[in-house]
Ligand binder design. Structure first.
Ligand code: HEM
Length: 456
């Protein structure tokens, strides 16, 4: 009998559930490496809050997972197991079916590739403002800087919050929420059964209260916008305020808050963490920095890049892709099987979650040569095998911010490397830490600015 005759769970770790959950939380990549070595491209794990999860890194099965029928291979219900308690019931991530389709259509326009040209000069201005604060000498965490940039981009460019005082309060509230996720006890964010509010000093109580302050600020931003009006505006806040359902009703404030909180958090944390990993990868390779600078100089001399010509920078594009491959900041993309389902060479039973692991797929030696090396050139030499590269997930649920994230990363890398000489302090090597929704580098990648920033 083959694995395709009847639905079967592949073998996997037999450690007690709490041990497996601990490893998932604390050793998000190294534990997967161990399982991959032992069980191969599909194995079954058992995790608190998520139940039975089959982790796959076989592109054939991933293709089937991403392109199969959305009615029986569902995403929202699966995401909700991890994210509902803090992203909210109405968050796009946690929806399925027609509600998901409608919301996604509504949210997409500001993230469409063609819109990027409008955002470029503001991203550049925000990056310059951040760099103006850097000082030579003492190391600083580059993730702190990239986070300031990506959060400001979300607030100004996507949300269209023009009022400086309002922006500052919203930014402070979200940074306070994220700072809390650095605390060791904030692992409760990844363990659903431990999410019990035992007051302001309890781990989950603290998460709820800092998140509550972000929601309060978002509600106030909604009040402001209702007062000033949405006419002629095409930012997310205005789009959502103007949206009406089939019966002509506007969205409730609870729904608006979940959507806005999701975009604010997901839209900047992921890009900030990827950029931080990116600086770690790039600064560790002076030849890559030199090649990036050369490409830029050959096309544009010593001045800034003309952003309309960004697509001509092929090496930069390869660097960004390699950062996304080598340092995936999410676990990947998961789906819940509502019926027994064939995925490539596997046949899995109903009721299990199937998670396409970006880490294991991106480091699968069957598809990537020397997968642990940071080698941008691999993306110049050949296209990746189908479904072996999934930084933004896939199918109907592909990340809506993929174009914005890549565009933003390119501008930040270009402008920082053109104007700043950064180095990594001796002896630093990052560990992979869970932080809100990302896998971030420990200490946020400390860097040292070697000499004052060159003039723009
Ligand atoms: C480097 C940065 C980013 C990475 C690595 C990333 C990664 C991902 C991944 C893996 C998914 C799951 C896709 C799936 O289930 O197939 C996702 C979904 C999503 N991302 Fe991103 N993302 C990034 C940036 C952004 C930005 C900038 C935004 C918003 C502006 C955003 C908003 C979303 C939303 C709303 C979803 C849910 C889509 C849906 O369920 O229909 N992401 N992202």
């Amino acid at each position: 009998m083959t694995t395709l005759d009847r639905p079967t769970l592949p073998p996997g770790p037999r450690a007690p559930k709490f041990v497996q959950t601990y490893r998932f939380v604390r050793q998000p990549q190294s534990s997967l490496d161990v399982y991959f070595k032992k069980y191969g491209e599909a194995f079954t794990a058992d995790l608190y809050g998520m139940g039975t999860v089959v982790v796959i890194s076989d592109p054939g099965a991933i293709e089937a997972l991403f392109t199969g029928p959305a009615e029986t291979i569902v995403t929202g219900e699966s995401n909700a197991r991890l994210f509902e308690s803090f992203l909210g019931t109405y968050s796009l991530l946690n929806l399925d079916g027609p509600r998901h389709r409608r919301k996604r259509r509504l949210l997409m326009p500001p993230f469409h590739g063609q819109r990027m040209a409008l955002y470029g000069s503001i991203i550049r201005e925000i990056t310059a403002q951040e760099m103006a604060r850097w000082r030579t000498g003492a190391p600083f965490a580059i993730q702190h800087a990239t986070q300031n940039i990506t959060l400001e981009v979300m607030l100004r460019v996507v949300f269209g919050v023009d009022d400086l005082a309002r922006r500052t309060r919203l930014r402070d509230a979200i940074l306070h929420f994220i700072a809390g996720s650095y605390r060791p006890e904030a692992v409760v964010m990844a363990i659903r059964p431990a999410q019990i509010d035992l007051g302001p000093w309890s781990p989950w109580g603290r998460v709820l209260r800092t998140r509550g302050e972000v929601y309060r600020q978002i509600r106030e931003a909604l009040v402001d916008r209702r007062a000033t009006g949405t006419t002629g505006r095409d930012d997310i806040l205005s789009l959502l305020l103007d949206a009406r359902d089939e019966d002509g009703n506007p969205m409730s404030d609870d729904e608006l808050c979940d959507d806005l909180f999701t975009l604010l958090l997901v839209g900047h944390e992921t890009t900030a963490a990827t950029l931080a990993w990116g600086f770690w990868g790039v600064l560790g390779r002076p030849d890559v920095v030199a090649a990036l600078r050369k490409e830029q100089r050959d096309l544009f001399g010593d001045g800034p890049v003309d952003l309309a010509r960004l697509p001509e920078l092929a090496y930069l594009d390869a660097v960004v892709k390699e950062i996304l491959r080598r340092y995936p900041v999410t676990d990947g993309a998961a789906r819940l099987l509502k019926v027994p389902t064939r995925l490539g060479r596997y046949y899995f039973p109903a009721g299990v979650m199937v998670a396409a692991s970006s880490w294991l797929t991106h480091t699968n030696p069957n598809y990537w040569r020397d997968p642990h090396a940071f080698t941008p050139e691999r993306f110049l030499a050949a296209r990746p095998a189908p479904f072996s590269f999934l930084p933004f997930g896939g199918g109907l649920r592909t990340c809506i911010g993929a174009a914005l994230a890549s565009y933003e990363m390119k501008i930040v890398l270009l402008d920082v490397l053109r104007r700043a000489d950064l180095r990594l302090p001796a002896g630093y090597a990052p560990r992979v830490l869970r932080r809100t929704i990302t896998l971030s580098p420990s200490e946020g990648v400390p860097v040292v600015l070697e000499r004052p920033i060159a003039r723009g």
